[in-house]
Design a protein around this ligand. Structure first.
Ligand code: IVH
Length: 674
């Protein structure tokens, strides 16, 4: 009887492996999903009844339909380095000069490749069999995404023997990407299903590879190109070009557009030619990669920090697009500055839809001579707000009138004034509701008092209904006030009030930032709060006292002192204290801050800080922000979706804190050691 079970299990495994191969590798399924599922279910059932018969290579133990709980981490045998960038021919020439100087010869050549815009992974084959696939992570340690990697049909599960030379260990590095046509298809399906579309193919590929359910990854049609060896037990060639040929012979997919270039002029010509040709590809590239071909010469060149000296990326210029201005709005900022904003015919640019572009100020607008109906050339580099490059004068529709610079504020109709520098025009009315709304938005914003659920439209309602005329009024709102508003139920109203209540005890620096004093951002607010220790001290400080603080200049010092001398703001701050706002004072610091001498690694995303802000906050408090976890790390600050650094911290027994604890440490009330 037991023998029968063993036989049946062996047969089921054989069948499942065969159908996996037919489906994933050969793309030629022979049975329906239902039949496959039945085989699988039977195997799982038998293994559950006979746990001793489970083997690690059983199909139930690899991909299958079992979502993982999380990814294990993998330490790369050879670190995955990053690359320096160049943006034009001169920078490429300068790179070549450095190479020539260091090699002290002109006898070298380059390989020029497409820079695939996806996600770097490292595949490890042992004795020809794929044993693991990992993301780049921080270059040292990545996530083990083997089960997802296995679903990528372009990646062979075992290498071809070819001429018989299959190395004992072969790591192939390359890029997982999503073909553009399939990305468009995926987004169409997601939108139809009411799911949020991905911003671009790179995000879609990264999101798909990091899914815990490999079956979903399998449905996402990812693909792969190998472009570099990692850890190898034996050389595959003396140079890069021949190594890639060897890759191909082993069945690994290598991009067909890789070329050798004898000198930098050839390199430049190749790079430039692709800035147009790339539009014909069914995958996205964000530049080119130029690599010194010979490995012995690479050894001479070595690496600086995290990037090799033998390789450089050439990034294509930022994407540009032409579109038409439908209308121009004038926005009132929190200090009264009026900004013209163009509403555009929506246009796709670097993977996002652009509908608006700031025209910065009226001087700039007049310089560009922008009119409604004009065709503009806009540019977007990375995440930056689109920039107007040029107005196509020859495409101006007949009768397009010049935009008239407003003489009055679009909200309160006060006559505008020019600011001191003469660049901006401002609404001078301190009671302007447009300014008030912007000030409230800033006050409640994430980097400041962080009042949850107090969003743009609620602020508009509160101001328009006369319920809030200043910051302190927020703290006087009642449940009745809120439920009387449109679209506001009892539960939502309570949540809003809870959010407001919680904000009463934010750290002093947040409160200080939230007031919106001219020239005082969160960074200066942290310095001020660390040095002065209390709101009282700050209110009483003379400009000279403030200026004596490191990194506080005379302009800021005067602006702060003027703010607290102004009777209007004195009343406002007193009023905030009266309604129960109690900014949490910082402990006075010795030795330069609450994080003096500490090394901190941040992983995952934080609610109250961007990456830059948290690094600044660490620095301001006297600490050092480091990017990799080592024994020297004092603690790891883990946010949402922490990466492999968290696992590494746990391996090394390093203290891990959350965002709230971090804020407590910053404000000198650390209780994490209790
Ligand atoms: S070589 C030492 N070749 O670009 C550098 N990288 O910005 C080894 N990439 O993390 C990488 N296409 O993800 C190389 N043909 C190519 C590439 C490529 C895309 C990515 C890779 C790397 C990133 C650096």
């Amino acid at each position: 009887m037991a023998g029968d079970v063993e036989k049946r299990i062996a047969w089921l495994r054989g069948e499942i492996r065969k159908h996996d191969h037919l489906y994933y590798v050969l793309s030629a399924p022979q049975i329906a999903d239902q039949q496959y599922d039945a085989l699988f279910a039977e195997l799982k059932q038998l293994e559950a009844e006979h746990p001793k018969l489970v083997t690690p290579d059983s199909p139930t133990q690899r991909v299958s339909g079992q979502p993982l709980e999380g990814f294990a981490t993998v330490r790369h045998a050879v670190p995955m380095l990053s690359m320096d960038n160049t943006y034009n021919a001169d920078e490429l020439k300068a790179f070549d000069e450095r190479v020539r100087k260091q090699l002290d010869t002109t006898d070298y050549d380059y390989v020029v490749e497409l820079k695939i815009d996806g996600l770097a992974v490292s595949l490890r084959y042992e004795n020809g069999v794929l044993v693991s696939g990992a993301t780049r992570g921080d270059g040292e340690v990545g996530d083990d995404v083997t089960s997802n990697i296995r679903t990528i049909k372009a990646i062979p599960l075992s290498l071809l023997a070819g001429d018989g030379r299959v190395p004992a260990v072969l790591e192939a590095r390359g890029e997982v990407y999503m073909p553009t046509s399939l990305f468009v298809e995926l987004n169409r399906a997601r939108t139809e299903a009411g799911e949020a579309p991905f911003a671009n193919p790179r995000n879609a590929a990264a999101g798909s590879l990091k899914l815990l359910d490999a079956r979903i990854t399998a449905s996402r049609s990812l693909s792969f190109f190998a472009y570099a060896p990692g850890d190898v037990s034996e050389s595959l060639g003396d140079d890069h070009y021949h190594t890639l040929e060897h890759f191909q012979a082993l069945g690994l997919p290598v991009n067909p557009h890789i070329v050798r270039a004898g000198d930098i002029d050839e390199v430049i010509a190749t790079c430039l030619s692709w800035s147009q040709k790339r539009l014909d590809l069914d995958y996205q590239i964000d530049g080119m990669v130029v690599k010194v071909n010979r490995f012995d010469q690479r050894d001479i060149l070595g690496a600086t920090g995290r990037a090799p000296r033998w390789c450089i990326a050439y990034k294509f210029p930022a994407e540009r697009a032409a579109t038409v201005i439908e209308s121009i709005d004038v926005q009132v900022g929190k200090s009264g500055i009026l900004t013209p904003v163009a509403n555009l015919v929506p246009v796709q640019l670097s993977g996002t839809t652009v509908k608006r572009a700031s025209l910065h100020n009226f001087d700039e607008m007049q310089r560009l001579n922008v009119r409604i109906g004009d065709t503009l050339l806009i540019e977007k580099a990375g995440e930056i707000i689109p920039k107007v490059l040029e107005v196509k004068r020859d495409q101006r529709p007949e009768g397009a009138e010049p935009f008239v610079v407003p003489q009055t504020c679009p909200v309160c109709e006060s006559p505008v004034v020019k600011d001191e520098a003469g660049v901006h025009i401002r609404c001078p009315n301190p009671h302007c509701l447009g300014q008030l709304k912007e000030r409230l938005r800033y006050f409640a914003g994430r980097g400041q008092m962080d009042i949850e659920r107090l969003g743009t439209s609620l602020i508009d309602q509160l101001v328009d209904n006369g319920l809030v005329k200043n910051f302190a009024d927020l703290y006087r709102l009642t449940i009745e006030d809120l439920t009387a508003l449109e679209r506001m139920g009892d539960k939502s109203a309570r949540n809003v009030l809870d959010g407001i209540e919680v904000s009463k005890t934010r750290p002093l620096w947040r409160f200080l930032t939230a007031l919106g004093i001219r020239h005082v951002g969160s960074q200066s607010a942290q310095i001020l709060s660390a040095h002065l220790g209390s709101l009282e001290a700050l209110r009483a400080a003379e400009p000279e006292e403030l200026e004596a603080i490191d990194q506080i200049g005379p302009v800021m010092a005067e602006s702060i002192a003027a703010y607290f001398r102004n009777p209007r703001y004195q009343v406002l701050v007193d009023d905030l204290l009266a309604v129960g706002v109690r900014p949490q004072a910082e402990a006075r610091r010795q030795g330069g801050g609450t994080l003096a001498g500490k090394t901190i690694v941040v992983t995952g995303s934080l609610e109250h800080f961007t990456r830059q802000q948290v690094q600044q906050a660490i620095k301001t408090a006297g600490g050092k922000a480091s990017s990799s976890v080592s024994k020297k790390t004092d603690f790891v600050l883990a946010g949402e979706d922490p990466g492999s650094k968290l696992d590494r911290a746990r391996q090394l027994g390093i203290k891990v804190i959350n965002e709230q604890q971090f804020e407590e440490i910053l404000s000198g009330e650390d209780r994490s050691g209790d």
